[in-house]
Write a protein that binds this ligand. Structure first.
Ligand code: S3P
Length: 259
């Protein structure tokens, strides 16, 4: 492994949690630049920003970055570090390996729903947050040596993927990270779907409707086939297989509930 790993990515992408676990696993020192900021200034980011504004925060953030990069180990950064040209230059010039932990905006928002410490999250409107997202995404990508997808994954899994980046057969790690993340999301969605199925089963039970409604399933098949007509990845047969799987799982579930 290289001496220093810098984790970048939007707020809530998992940089601190993953960084801590990665450092532990690889027996390296861990530094969180937000924590280092607090040590350096003796005040929380929230109060610093409230008193001095974001611009002053960014200037101070650069100082902390420059100084702490003298250390080796795992360094997690604040989500906005890439907004400054100077910070990007400092990171690019260092000999650290830069890893972008990427998450969807929806994932980030749901992870941070109850956060009260991140001032920007409180200050920015949804539109402004989306603008920040759009501004930063290409900056993270261009600065990173590798990207790891974090949607739907547990920190331990993300740590293992980061470690794999340093193995000799690392060519597929980023792409596999993407596909694994999609698989996790698909299973989460199926679980969510089954929760709705349970609610439907309750209503059917109360209203005396039968479990299987053939008309509805056929309608869904034809809607999907029409929608994906021009998508060369998705054949009619694939749609049939997916709908068969989803409906048979739901019917089993409902039947169990009907007893
Ligand atoms: C910020 C992200 C925060 C922190 C500060 C500003 C940002 O770090 O540096 O509140 O601009 O996105 P995390 O990414 O660790 O939340």
């Amino acid at each position: 492994m290289t001496n220093t790993i810098i984790l970048i990515g939007f707020m809530g992408a998992g940089k601190t949690t993953v960084g801590q676990q990665l450092a532990k696993e690889t027996k390296q020192q861990f530094l969180d630049l937000d924590d280092e900021f607090v040590k350096e200034t003796g005040t929380s980011i929230k109060s610093f920003m409230a008193d001095n504004g974001e611009k002053a925060f960014r200037t101070m953030e650069t100082k902390v970055l420059e100084d702490r990069l003298q250390n080796s180990g795992v360094i997690s950064t604040g989500g906005g570090i890439v907004e400054s040209d100077i910070n990007r230059e400092i990171i690019a010039k260092s000999d650290a390996t830069v890893i972008f932990l990427q998450a969807d905006l929806a994932t980030v928002i749901s992870r941070l729903a109850t956060d009260t410490e991140r001032p920007l999250l409180r200050q920015l409107s949804m539109k402004q947050l989306m603008d920040r997202w759009a501004l930063r995404e290409p900056l993270y990508s261009s600065l990173a040596d590798s990207t790891i997808q974090t949607n739907g994954k547990r920190p331990e899994k993300i740590v293992q993927e980061v470690i794999k980046l340093f193995s000799p057969d690392n060519a597929l790690v980023s792409l596999r990270s993407e596909i694994d993340s999609l698989d996790h999301q698909i299973v989460h969605l199926i679980s969510e779907r089954l929760t709705v199925v349970k609610e439907i089963a309750d209503v059917k039970k109360d209203t005396g409707l039968s479990v299987v409604q053939h008309g509805r399933m056929d309608q869904m098949r034809s809607e999907l086939k029409k929608e994906f007509r021009d998508d060369e990845n998705v054949s009619d047969r694939l749609i049939d297989e997916i709908v068969d799987l989803l409906t048979s799982t739901s019917i089993n579930h409902e039947n169990k509930m009907f007893g």
